[in-house]
Design a protein around this ligand. Structure first.
Ligand code: SAH
Ligand code: SF4
Ligand code: F3S
Length: 440
């Protein structure tokens, strides 16, 4: 029996693609391993969103040269978003010649054929499809968890935010037919799945490429009817497309999780315009106000970029001000990273690294106390937690998530994994909560 190992970088989209790759490989009788030494096939599923992510991949690929020398039969493959960039392909094929198979984000289904070709010819196989308008519904996923699942609803992105590489690596936006989505979730529910996370670069524009009138809100209503599904999450929402109908669902549907991830990127209208985000800070604050009127205790999280080209001290202060005004539960924060081929890469006034780092630090200092304050609101409350796994550092501790997406650590038996349990919160930290199981 041959063994495979997949190293995944990047977002949930990639995590889920790796689950699909795993399904394809298990169908070829491969079995998974965590040890590089035992693997016959090592696949890197890569992310191109920031330079640092790419550099990590180059580093790890380089390190495999040694293993490949000892074990010449080892197949090394790279796929995912980086492979959709010509510049990267050139580097891999010239400097990392020990890589055997290169494929893109649109042709996971072809993997068996690519492996066979490589085994027959011993040559480096490259298969990149620029864009795939037809959605391939034949691939299933070998999911990491049985009780919570990612489900794709849209692929690609049409927004072309000026800093972002994703529209170039994932192609144009396409919505899956609702029938396929519902069928997939019904099947998942029958095998014990309690929580689904609907995935798309901009879930709010779901439905635009369908032949019929059917919106993201319609889709959520239909998923809500599925027995066994207890929690519905989604990501990511773009503020320009969030509808009042969706916001009102928060007050209607109890399975819709008490959480909204709504990337703002910057609090400066001038920068938002340069980013091509198509909303203002005022629009954003209005949305938050509407959402909180429907659901006052909702957890709101965001993405922020520090040091976009031309960002002045005033622009950055607008971001700090907005962060305070909204009060985010938490945020993913990024230093702007130049991505060749995107409009922002050629913009004047790129911000100095040192300035970027200082601003990043100042942003943390504003974000963290707010996050802690929100987490303190959970103290002494009993919350429902979906138990996910045993803690990596301590076998007696379980990790789970609240309906609002907060990570909770508590003592418990691993037999509870996959169950919804009640936990009383005893300690609140900036990023996590701690608690004790409540007898049921
Ligand atoms: N489609 C999603 C996010 C995809 S990328 C959305 O629109 O929200 C995830 C995050 O990476 C983005 O929200 C942004 O904050 C960050 N990001 C994207 N390109 C970047 C770049 N060039 N430099 C730094 N951060 C970037
Ligand atoms: Fe990138 Fe913008 Fe599309 Fe998100 S919406 S993937 S940030 S281009
Ligand atoms: Fe995701 Fe990175 Fe690709 S964020 S879509 S894996 S570029």
């Amino acid at each position: 029996m041959k063994k495979y190992l997949i190293r995944t970088f990047g977002c949930q989209m990639n995590e889920h693609d790796s689950e699909k790759i795993s399904w394809v490989l298990e169908g070829m009788n491969y079995r998974s391993t965590d040890r590089e030494e035992d693997a016959d096939l090592i696949i890197f599923n890569t992310c191109a969103v920031r330079k640092s992510a790419e550099e990590r991949v180059y580093g790890q690929i380089g390190e495999l040269k040694r293993l490949k020398r000892i074990k010449p039969g080892l197949i090394i493959s790279i796929c995912g978003c980086m492979m959709q960039r010509d510049e990267v392909l050139e580097i891999i094929t010239s400097k990392h010649r020990h890589v055997d198979i290169i494929f893109g984000t649109n042709n996971i289904h072809k993997l068996p054929q690519l492996i066979n070709n490589h085994e027959k010819t011993g040559e480096t196989i490259i298969d990149i499809v620029e864009e795939n308008r037809e959605i391939d519904e034949s691939i299933e996923a070998n999911r990491k968890y049985s009780f919570k699942s990612f489900v794709n609803i849209t692929y690609g992105c049409n927004n072309f935010c000026t800093y972002c590489i994703v529209p170039y690596t994932r192609g144009r936006e396409r919505s899956r037919e609702p029938e396929y989505i519902i069928e997939e979730i019904e099947k998942l529910a029958k095998t014990g799945c309690k929580e689904v996370t609907l995935l798309g670069q901009n879930v709010n524009s779901y439905g635009k490429t369908l032949d019929k009138e059917y919106s993201f809100a319609d889709l959520i209503r239909d998923i809500h009817k599925i027995d066994g599904i207890e929690r519905i999450r989604f990501m990511t929402s773009h503020p320009k497309d969030i509808s009042d109908e969706l916001i009102s669902l928060y007050g209607e549907l109890d399975k819709l999780c008490n959480q909204l991830h709504l990337p703002i990127q910057s609090g400066s209208n001038r920068i938002l315009k340069l980013m091509n985000r198509k909303y203002t800070r005022e629009d954003y604050l209005k949305i938050i106000d509407k959402v909180r009127r429907v659901k006052p205790d909702i957890s709101i999280t965001t993405d922020l970029i520090v040091g976009f080209p031309g960002e002045t001290e005033d622009d950055f202060n607008d971001t700090l001000d907005l962060v305070k005004k909204v009060g985010f539960d938490s945020a993913f924060t990024f230093l702007y990273s130049v991505r060749e081929g995107t409009p922002a890469a050629n913009m004047k006034d790129q911000v100095d690294d040192e300035v970027k780092n200082q601003r990043f630090q100042r942003l943390m200092e504003v974000l963290h106390p707010i996050g802690l304050e929100y987490n303190r609101r959970y103290l002494d409350q009993t919350v429902e937690v979906l138990v996910e796994e045993v803690s990596k550092n301590n076998e007696e501790i379980l990790n789970g998530r609240t309906n609002s997406g907060k990570l909770v650590h508590f003592k418990g038996d691993k037999g509870l994994i996959g169950e919804l349990v009640d936990v009383r919160i005893t300690k609140a930290k900036t990023f996590t909560l701690e608690g004790v199981l409540v007898d049921q």
